[in-house]
Design a protein around this ligand. Structure first.
Ligand code: SF4
Length: 322
């Protein structure tokens, strides 16, 4: 592991200044991902900027019924109102990691965690995300975990977060602070597709700090995750769904997939199958089929297409029957 300096700023503004002064600095929060990347030689910053202890670890309920979740709130957060208002989020968090990990992992860190592509985490393999221009070992290697949507010839990795999938389904916004003030970015637009620069995974600037996640009031929601073992593992396919029904008609629907793209993947075609009609077994079946629209399976991940169809159908059915 490369030696690094440690900074413990006393405010977000100071953290922003430290980050701005050192292009080789990195933020550390819970450290559940970053520490393993440092240990394995995947990341080697010369300075860590610790953002714990800056008052970013609180839930703030809003008058409209929404909530602002501090970026340093832990993923083990247990709040009965959160469970009632945002079941998709709580289910996603619980399915994401063991209680021990969730006691350390933060909301901000969860959004910023790096891909679990095995080749990214093993420095002996070529990886454009870790070492731009070096190649992509996944293109000729094991393709079982690779993306169905949004991949590029440079990178076919998927984003690993469960929480981010639920947050997109719930129409959440990320609040960040930087040298020019506060920016509010929909979680849906926070992560970017790899294109020819897969090393860049979000729109966060290197001198900005994630300070909160803002959740508006949300309709009934659900999260369903399929993984290759029943203990904790990353999603093969997951779905976050939020559907508003009134007068027997679906007024709004957000359907978001995890485990299949470099970012939480919104299924507009599936949503359109639901909105404006009754929430029935037939419309759910059509939504499941539509969710696979645009899928580009690669050798080894073809199974995910049918899994997408079934996970979306089941998530919507469980939501309807709740
Ligand atoms: Fe690296 Fe992306 Fe290729 Fe994985 S898929 S080896 S993360 S470039």
């Amino acid at each position: 592991m490369r030696p690094f300096h440690y900074a413990k700023p006393g405010s977000v503004a100071e953290a922003v200044r430290v980050l701005g002064a050192n292009p080789d600095a990195e933020v550390i929060a819970g450290g559940t991902d970053l520490v393993t990347l440092l240990r394995d030689g995947v990341r080697a910053p010369n300075q860590l900027v610790d953002v714990n202890g800056l008052g970013l670890d609180r839930l703030a309920w809003q008058q409209d019924g929404g909530v602002h979740i501090g970026a340093l709130c832990r993923n083990a957060v247990d709040d009965s109102r959160l469970r009632r208002a945002y079941p998709a989020l709580v289910l996603a968090l619980r399915s994401g990691a063991s209680p021990q990990i969730r006691n350390r992992a933060s909301f901000g860190g969860n959004l910023l965690q790096r891909t679990r592509c095995a080749y990214f985490r093993l420095p002996e393999f070529d990886c454009n995300k870790r070492a731009p221009g070096s190649g992509c070992a996944a293109l000729t290697g094991d393709g079982a975990q690779t993306a169905l949507f949004g991949a590029s010839p440079s990178c076919v990795a998927v984003h690993p977060s469960d929480c981010a999938v639920a947050l997109v389904a719930l129409n959440a916004v990320v609040r960040v602070e930087g040298p020019s003030g506060v920016r509010r970015i929909p979680v849906e637009e926070f992560h970017v597709l790899p294109g020819d620069a897969p090393q860049r995974e979000t729109v966060l600037r290197r001198d900005e700090v994630v300070v909160a996640i803002e959740l508006p009031p949300a309709p009934p929601s659900h999260y369903l995750k399929f993984r290759d073992r029943t203990s904790f593992a990353f999603a093969l396919v997951s779905a976050g769904v939020a559907v508003e029904v009134s007068g027997g008609v679906v007024r709004s629907a957000r359907i978001v997939l995890g485990g299949v793209a470099p970012k939480p993947w919104r299924c507009g075609a599936a949503e359109r199958e639901l909105v404006g009609g009754p929430f029935t077994e037939a419309s759910i079946a059509k939504a499941g089929d539509a969710a696979t629209e645009g899928a580009k399976p690669r050798p080894g991940n073809e199974y995910k297409v049918e899994l997408v169809r079934r996970v979306v159908r089941r998530a919507l059915t469980e939501l309807r029957n709740a």
